[in-house]
Design a protein around this ligand. Structure first.
Ligand code: G6P
Ligand code: MN
Length: 438
């Protein structure tokens, strides 16, 4: 049985993940589950409610929550990390400051992602160091954003640490694809190349080898990735409707493969900005939606003294984290998309780039599967973007204003060096409590 700590215990995703872990105990048995956060208040509200739920549903598991790193990281096998340095207040800034300059406002793409990245690096490194100090054998399963920059920072600053970087986006898209062709996700195997939130599916086959790429492409050209199953059940937020509409345009400009929908921020930035409302962004949707719902649910559980009413939703698609933990723990050789150092997986792309590709995961970690050579259009876009990510990490390490300005200037989301500089100066001001001195 395993001991797990969830870093980011005060996150609105935590209850869903705890419930998902409880659903998967037969596959991934737990002896200890701990929450860790540096925000005592947020974590306290969720922790109190989750303690009630755990006592009712899994009294045999030792559950606790703490803001003390030693307590959190002592005797743990896995750390599931989803931290948000600066929380939603800063996400709102990440989205609104760029929009005020007529530039994409998004938490992981463009200037917002860069700002968030510079906030997150220090927090991630701190977690890794706690983990290695108190539980040297522990693995970190990291899905903290912005995953691309965070992964590059881990590669540069903690190259030998047991950190696995993964994103749920490909998992979610595979689920949609499987609905489109009437299969289950585990009946399909994909080939994919790219960076995090920046890539293309090149093949979707069932176990008999039948290729579904054309069929899915036709569907997406017509409907985006919005499946008929989903229309009624999920993602009614306006920002998601827009994402599905845009998938069609992405396919039109580059019909060869199936695009990751985040590419809309790079290929249609002007369009995205014109559809954005700089007084009400995704951060506002989440603060008024998920944040309220989850914290209200926690308070209800605590007031009633029981979790019997099922107030916390289960985040079943988060079960990819269990698949990943199982792959390490039981050497399952599960095939998953991971963010890893390229080292030839994409033949005509730099070895030291952090790329997203299918990997076979066993108890030594991920082994990337060779995706061969990629075409010029995709390669050029990827190279420009990966250099942004690398230069952001370099700027962090060197404390270099100049490099950060260049990184912003290189981003396809920003029209000029002048706009980049104005933006940078605003971002520095907004992030002065979080960023290193530049
Ligand atoms: C997807 C991405 C995550 C991102 C999330 C944002 O799942 O893979 O990287 O954090 O979307 O979701 P939100 O509901 O917070 O906008
Ligand atoms: Mn992601």
């Amino acid at each position: 049985k395993f001991s797990v700590v969830i870093a980011g215990g005060g996150s609105t995703f935590t209850p869903g993940i705890v419930r998902m872990l409880l659903e998967n105990l037969d596959r991934f048995p737990l002896r200890t589950l701990k929450l860790y956060d540096n925000d005592e208040e947020r974590q306290g509200i969720l922790g109190e409610a989750l303690a009630i739920l755990m006592k009712e549903q899994a009294p045999e598991i030792d559950f606790s929550y703490t803001t003390d790193p030693e307590e959190a990281f002592t005797d743990v096998d896995f750390c599931m990390a989803h931290i948000r340095v600066g929380k939603y207040a800063m996400r709102e800034q990440d989205e609104k400051i760029p929009l005020n300059h007529g530039v994409i406002g998004q938490e992981t793409c463009g200037p917002g992602g860069i700002a968030y990245g510079l906030r997150s690096i220090g927090g991630m490194i701190e977690l890794i160091d706690y983990m290695e100090k108190y539980s040297p054998e522990c693995w970190m399963l990291n899905y903290s954003n912005p995953a691309a920059i965070v992964a590059e920072a881990c590669r540069v600053l903690r190259p030998d640490s047991k950190v696995l970087n993964i994103c749920d986006m490909p998992v979610g898209t595979l689920r949609r694809m499987s609905q489109i062709v009437g299969k289950t996700p585990d009946e399909l195997e994909v080939r994919y190349f790219g960076l995090n939130h920046f890539g293309w599916w090149t093949s979707i086959k069932d176990k008999e080898g039948h290729e579904y790429l054309d069929q899915i492409r036709e569907y997406v050209a017509e409907n985006g990735y919005l499946t008929t199953v989903e229309v009624e059940t999920q993602h009614t937020d306006p920002s998601w409707q827009q994402t599905h509409k845009k998938a069609k345009d992405l396919l039109a400009v580059n019909p060869r493969y199936l695009p990751n929908t985040y590419l809309k921020y790079y290929l249609y930035p002007d369009d995205e900005v014109s559809h954005s409302d700089c007084s009400y962004t995704r951060a506002n949707e989440v603060m008024n939606g998920r944040e309220k719902e989850v914290f209200d649910a926690a308070r209800t559980i605590t007031e009633k003294g029981t979790a019997a009413g099922d107030e916390f939703h289960i985040d079943s698609h988060a079960s990819f984290i269990v698949d990943l933990a199982r792959a390490i723990a039981f050497n399952t050789h599960e095939r998953m998309l991971m963010i890893v150092e390229n080292n030839g997986a994409i033949a005509n792309f730099p070895d030291d780039a952090m790329v997203e590709v299918p990997c076979i995961v066993g108890n030594d970690g991920p082994e990337p599967l060779a995706q061969g050579k990629i075409p010029d259009f995709e390669k050029t876009l990827m190279y420009q973007q990966v250099m942004v990510e690398k230069m952001v990490v370099e700027a962090y390490v060197e404390g270099s204003y100049q490099k950060l300005w260049q990184a912003l200037t290189l981003s396809k989301t920003i029209p000029s060096a002048g706009v980049a500089k104005n933006l940078l100066d605003d971002l520095i001001e907004a992030n002065k409590d979080f960023w290193p001195e530049l």
